[in-house]
Structures are given as structure tokens and as C-alpha cells.
Design a protein around this ligand. Structure first.
Ligand code: UD1
Length: 359
């Protein structure tokens, strides 16, 4: 049996690494394809090293472009691989363009497709990731779900229940496996801050960073927050470019740093007083770490992080953001309860499902 896994962008790596490791125990042959959607060393190579992902067997080198061009380039290159290798199963993760491109090719080649992190829905089709999620789920034969809402959505959309498996969250498998090492490295020291003495910021959603007036309001609000708590801001290349294009001034308490490696970011997150983010995965990671998370979006495809976790949607309104920060600093924030099956064993469950499916 041959299983082909595909990764492309930063949030794929920590999901696929533990699954490939778990699949090793099945004695199957595995091939790893990297599309090259993310290509800078600090967005890709360093994650392979830290997560002990094997070197990709095939690197497509597609790079950045418009959605259509990027997706098309991945599809064209990936089709040749699939036609040649004829894998028994293709595994994709999450909701990035590499995921949907590989899923379309796999389905048209009539090869079984497994989707890690299926069923999540923000119901906001302005997010490219939402379009990707819906398409990939409807093409998949094995749907690996992280939280109850995913089961509910897939049932509502008429996807056959025998394809759907609630397995938990394999990004949490990586987090729990690496947390101690991440803390031992004390990454905050190199930024001159101490545990619980700083906030951590990430921003990269097009809806937040592509419009200069929205970005300006967010930076100004972060500046106000940083008067009370120093903020570290590892900046995504998209955001750095937008800040430069708009010529926006940087508030003094907001320290911009480059994209962080996996272990450094995990350590910084674990000891932050609070996190302000528009990322999807970070809402989940902060829930497991029980770190207050203010999500700078109006919706989330990961509602369990709000109902059970430490996440609150504050949107982009300065008053709401500052009110959230106040609640954290005055210790009136909801403590996180870890969602069911977010226990470090999700990848093992995925391997078990695949083992049962093949026999
Ligand atoms: C992508 C995903 C998003 C995910 C994010 C994590 C899609 C539609 N979006 O968004 O869901 O949350 O990754 O980071 O797949 N760039 C570099 N170096 C790189 C990669 C990108 O400089 O290694 C720059 C390029 O200017 C590029 C821009 O970042 O145009 C955006 O990259 P892209 O992969 O298109 O989308 P992300 O914003 O990273």
C-alpha cells in the first residue's frame, strides 16, 4: 500500500508530521509531496527540521501567485505525480490552496482521498479557506474531524456518516509532543521579555491586512494595548509587505520580529499573558495551553475554542479589542477546558481508521 501525503503551507506541517509518524507503524510505503506554496526557510524548512518531518520526496516549487494560478500550477504538477505513482490513498490537511488543489486532482484520478481537519465551517465565503474546506470535504472518502461542530456540519451537508471519523486534533499531538522542549529553550529571553510579561500578536488574513484603513486601525489599537503590556509581533511576509506599502508607523510598545520557527512560537505562546490573532490554528493551540486568546475576526470555524476554550471573538472594533484585553488583565477571562480527544492521540486514531479501511 502506498500513501501519499501533501503539504504546502506552514499550518500543514504540524498536522501531517505526527500522522506520517503514526502511519509508519502500519508498515505502508509513504511519499511526501511539498507544493512549495510556502518556500522561505523560516516558513517551511525550519518546520521540517523541528517537527522531524522527512525531506519531501517531491518538491513542486509552485511559489506565490493569484489563487487561480497557484492552484492551477499545483494541480498540473500534482496530476503527473498521481498518474505515475497511483497511490492507494492521498492525505491532505487543513484548508490552504495546496489542500484543495491536491484534492481536486485526486478525486478526478479516482483515487481515495483522506482529509485531516474536516468539517470546520466559518460560513464566511469571503475567506478563501472556507471555499477550500467545503470543496475538499465533498471530495473526500475519509474525513477526520477535530470537534463536534465538524460532525454536525458534515451531517447537515449530507455526507455519508461511514466516511466520517471524529479523531481529535493532530496539531495538538505536535503541540503536546514539543511543549516541554519549546519551554526549555526560553525563547522570550532573546526578546527581552519575561514569562507572563508580554502579549503575542499574529495577523495575516487578507480581510485584516489587505485594506490599509483596517490595518491602520488594528495597528493603532495594538499600540494602545502595548501601553499596558509589551507586545511581540512575529510578522507574516504578507503583512510586512502591506505595512510597508501603506507606510504605517509602528507604535513603540509593539515589537516586530520575523516569522518564528515552530518551537520558538510554541514557547512564546505558552508563556504569553494573552494572544491576539486572526489565525485559525492559534485559537486551538491557545485553548490547549489555556492562554487567553482574543481573535481579531467576526467568526470562527473552530467554535469549540470559544465554548470550551480560552478564545473570544473580538472582531476588529478597537473598543471590543481593548475590552477583551481589560478582561484578561483583570483576570475575568474564561479558563480553558480541553476539548474531547485533543489528547495527543489523534494521529494514532487516524492510522487505526486507515488500517481498518484498507483491510
Ligand atoms: C496561506 C493560507 C492561509 C494560512 C496561511 C498561513 C491559502 C489560501 N491561505 O496564506 O490559510 O493561514 O498560509 O501562513 O492557502 N510569502 C512569502 N514567503 C513564503 C510564502 C508566502 O514571502 O514562503 C508571501 C508572498 O508575498 C505571498 C504572500 O506571502 O504572495 C501570501 O502567501 P500565500 O501562500 O498566498 O498565502 P498566505 O497569506 O501565506
Amino acid at each position: 500500500m502506498l500513501i501519499l501525503s501533501i503539504v504546502g503551507a506552514r499550518p500543514n506541517f504540524m498536522k501531517v508530521a505526527p500522522v506520517m509518524r503514526a502511519l509508519d507503524s502500519l508498515g505502508v510505503r509513504q511519499v511526501l509531496v511539498h507544493t512549495g506554496q510556502h518556500y522561505d526557510a523560516n516558513m517551511s524548512k525550519i518546520f521540517f527540521e523541528e517537527l522531524a518531518l522527512p525531506e519531501p520526496d517531491i518538491y513542486l516549487g509552485v511559489g506565490s501567485d493569484t489563487h487561480a494560478r497557484q492552484t492551477a500550477r499545483i494541480m498540473t504538477a500534482f496530476e503527473d505525480i498521481v498518474r505515475q505513482d497511483r497511490p492507494d490513498l492521498v492525505l491532505v490537511a487543513g484548508d490552504v490552496n495546496s489542500t484543495v488543489a491536491a484534492a481536486l486532482v485526486t478525486a478526478k484520478q479516482q483515487i481515495p482521498l483522506g482529509h485531516i481537519e474536516a468539517g470546520l465551517r466559518s460560513f464566511d465565503r469571503a475567506m478563501p479557506e472556507e471555499v477550500n474546506r467545503v470543496v475538499v470535504d465533498h471530495l473526500s472518502d475519509l474525513l477526520f474531524v477535530t470537534e463536534q461542530s465538524g460532525l454536525d456540519h458534515l451531517a447537515q451537508e449530507g455526507i455519508a456518516s461511514q466516511k466520517i471519523h471524529l479523531v481529535g486534533n493532530c496539531m495538538v499531538d505536535s503541540l503536546l509532543a514539543h511543549r516541554d522542549n519549546a519551554l526549555a529553550a526560553a525563547p522570550w529571553e532573546s526578546f527581552g521579555v519575561s514569562p507572563q510579561g508580554y502579549g503575542l500578536v499574529t495577523l495575516h488574513r487578507p480581510s485584516n491586512v489587505d485594506d490599509p484603513s483596517t490595518l491602520e486601525v488594528l495597528l493603532r489599537t495594538l499600540g494602545q494595548v502595548s501601553e499596558r503590556l509589551p507586545l511581540l509581533f512575529p510578522v507574516h511576509p504578507r503583512t510586512r509587505a502591506r505595512i510597508a506599502d501603506a507606510g504605517l508607523p509602528m507604535p513603540p510598545g509593539l515589537t516586530l520580529v520575523g516569522p518564528q520557527p515552530y518551537l520558538s512560537f510554541l514557547g512564546l505562546m505558552a508563556q504569553a499573558r494573552l494572544v491576539l490573532t486572526d489565525s485559525g490554528g492559534i485559537q486551538e493551540e491557545t485553548t490547549v495551553l489555556n492562554v487567553p486568546c482574543l481573535t481579531l475576526r467576526h467568526n470562527t470555524e473552530r467554535p469549540v475554542t470559544v465554548t470550551q476554550g480560552s478564545n473570544r471573538l473580538v472582531g476588529t472594533d478597537p473598543e471590543a479589542i481593548l475590552g477583551g484585553v481589560e478582561a484578561v488583565l483583570s483576570d475575568t477571562w474564561q479558563r480553558a477546558e480541553r476539548p474531547p480527544l485533543w489528547d495527543g492521540e489523534a494521529s494514532r486514531r487516524i492510522a487505526e481508521v486507515i488500517d481498518a479501511w484498507r483491510s
